[in-house]
Design a protein around this ligand. Sequence first.
Ligand SMILES: NC(=O)c1ccc[n+]([C@@H]2O[C@H](COP(=O)([O-])OP(=O)(O)OC[C@H]3O[C@@H](n4cnc5c(N)ncnc54)[C@H](O)[C@@H]3O)[C@@H](O)[C@H]2O)c1
Length: 370
Amino acid sequence: MRKLNIAMIGYGFMGRAHSNAWRQVRAFFDVPYEPVLKVICGRNEAAVKKVAEDFSWQEYSTDWQDVVTRDDIDVVDICSPGYTHAPIAIASAEAKKILFCEKPLANTLQEAEQMLDAATRNHCLHMICHNYRRAPAVSLARELLNNGDLGTIYHYRATYLQDWLRNPEFPTRWRLDKSKAGSGALGDLFSHSTDLGRYLVGEITNVTALLKTFVSERPVINSQERAHVDVDDAALSLVQFKNGAIGSIEATRYATGRKNFNRFEINGSRGSLAFNLERMNELEFFSDEGPNSGFRTIQVTDKTHPFLSGWWPPGHIIGYEHTFTHTVFELLQAISEDRLPTPNFEDGVQNQRVLDAVERSSTTGTWQSV
Ligand SMILES: NC(=O)c1ccc[n+]([C@@H]2O[C@H](COP(=O)([O-])OP(=O)(O)OC[C@H]3O[C@@H](n4cnc5c(N)ncnc54)[C@H](O)[C@@H]3O)[C@@H](O)[C@H]2O)c1
């Protein structure tokens, strides 16, 4: 089996999630390549060495420029903050690597377009990690929608709620600094709900939106100083879809009690669907079959359900990390078939157009086209 050498930039939350996915995929799915965890890269040598050991990476490095130009690297997996995505992806594209990048694709629409352009010019395969598409219940929702089981789609109602910033004394970090993160709840959470809306319902054409920062100064760790917060804490939008459906998307880090409440409901003329990541093995489905029809909960763990043939017997549930394994499975299949995986940088750019329209709407107080 051909080996595929991976270089990963970033070893934090996503670095660990992706390391785990690359390690797991071959053990559970019939993949055309053997992913080799070749080199993991970060700025802090002691910390990157520790993660390299934990996940059995062959090497570690503190110099991403050196890593992405190495001849023995096939895939560059970008798991670092948003402000690093464009320089790393563009340098990797010039070095003709396969590109796998965390979301949102970049900090601005212009950067995202430059990344897509570099990837296209250099004939690189590219993928963005909107992993929730590959929760089996979400993939099943897409199958039901594609079958026409919901009829004409009227509504997409999405909320992505967390609460880790509700304490005003919670210290600042890169996610609260616009120069590093690009935006707050908008790029972090709203972008996921936007991707699911695009995946399940279709293109978003117009938005009206509100961005709000509740706490504008926060403590700096190990310092008496306080830092200005220049990103949104919450993003709230009405959206219109090309196919005539309408929707709402709400993302916040201040929904006290909600931890990772990534939920959507879709209503059509013949049926409805609802999903919540906190109960990710379940899909709620209503199909109008007369007065006794009601919402039923499908436990999405059957061998016939998307991705489940690779895992455990029915009822033996799977979790968050599996969505990443399924995502790299798609990437490996696409590489072997010499096609673009989905979602890719084109989806990332389109997503960024929605985020850009949300920002414009929040500034002008008017509807904006995407
Ligand atoms: N798909 C998802 O569900 C999901 C979830 C969380 C984060 N993300 C995305 O993943 C990316 C990383 O987020 P995270 O939560 O893992 O962050 P994190 O803070 O946990 O880790 C960031 C990593 O990037 C490294 N890094 C920072 N600046 C760097 C630089 N200049 N050069 C090299 N390495 C650098 C850090 O050392 C660290 O290892 C972001 O784009 C974020 O939006 C996606």
